[in-house]
Unconditional design. Structure first.
Length: 217
């Protein structure tokens, strides 16, 4: 049997009732301008506009709902890297666990942006942020409401932190002696004691700085 090799083998012929379609350059440009941005284009733009890593940009751009959420939240916060980290980390883990899209959850742009801002301005620590996030997922409550109702605001006053550190040093003199003799790993023990007394609300950076100074004496 002879195979068909050319168009005329299929008896193709022009439809006489169809007029030729002519698209002007202006119309072509209008179509291009209105064509939605493709994922690979978003990926490149995110790296340039928001300074995201290639990996983060690719992950966020690959999902339209996640990309839309990111761009809306980015209008309310300046820490784009922290925002992308949370979306790729905590948020994605929650959505995967529940088998839902972000627009099907109780999370909204305003609350997620607010959470990022509260971590960024050190109102809360990243660890406490995770606790707040869990409640946001369940009740859709705003971070500020949760911080206020549960007294989760981070302790950043150096004087208050110094008093707590003094107490820890006083109550753990054997460990202090051992630390001064070279057991550097005990530093983590002292940090843990401070965080325990403050219920995890002490500013970690301030704790580390003040504690290092105190343990030199």
């Amino acid at each position: 049997m002879r195979s068909k090799e050319f168009a005329n083998d299929y008896r193709y012929f022009p439809e006489p009732d169809l007029l030729p379609v002519v698209i002007s350059d202006e119309e072509m440009q209008k179509i291009k301008d209105e064509f939605p941005e493709l994922p690979n284009e978003k990926e490149i733009r995110y790296q340039k506009q928001f300074k995201l890593s290639a990996y983060d940009a690719q992950i966020i751009a690959s999902s339209k709902s996640m990309a839309d959420f990111f761009e809306s939240a980015a209008k309310q916060t300046k820490n784009y890297t922290l925002l992308s980290n949370w979306l790729i980390g905590e948020v994605s883990a929650y959505l995967n666990k529940e088998l839902i899209e972000i627009n099907e959850s109780k999370l909204n742009v305003d609350n997620v942006a607010m959470l990022i801002n509260r971590i960024d301005d050190q109102t809360i620590s990243g660890k406490i942020g995770k606790t707040i996030f869990e409640e946001m997922c369940i009740n859709g409550t705003s971070p500020d409401e949760i911080i206020e109702s549960q007294g989760l605001k981070q302790i950043s006053d150096d004087g208050a932190i110094e008093e707590i550190i003094d107490t820890v040093i006083k109550d753990n003199s054997p460990q202090v002696k051992a630390y001064l003799e070279g057991k550097d790993k005990l530093f983590g023990f002292f940090v843990g004691q401070v965080m325990k007394l403050t219920q995890g609300k002490a500013n970690p950076t301030a704790v580390n700085t003040i504690l290092k100074e105190k343990l030199k004496k």
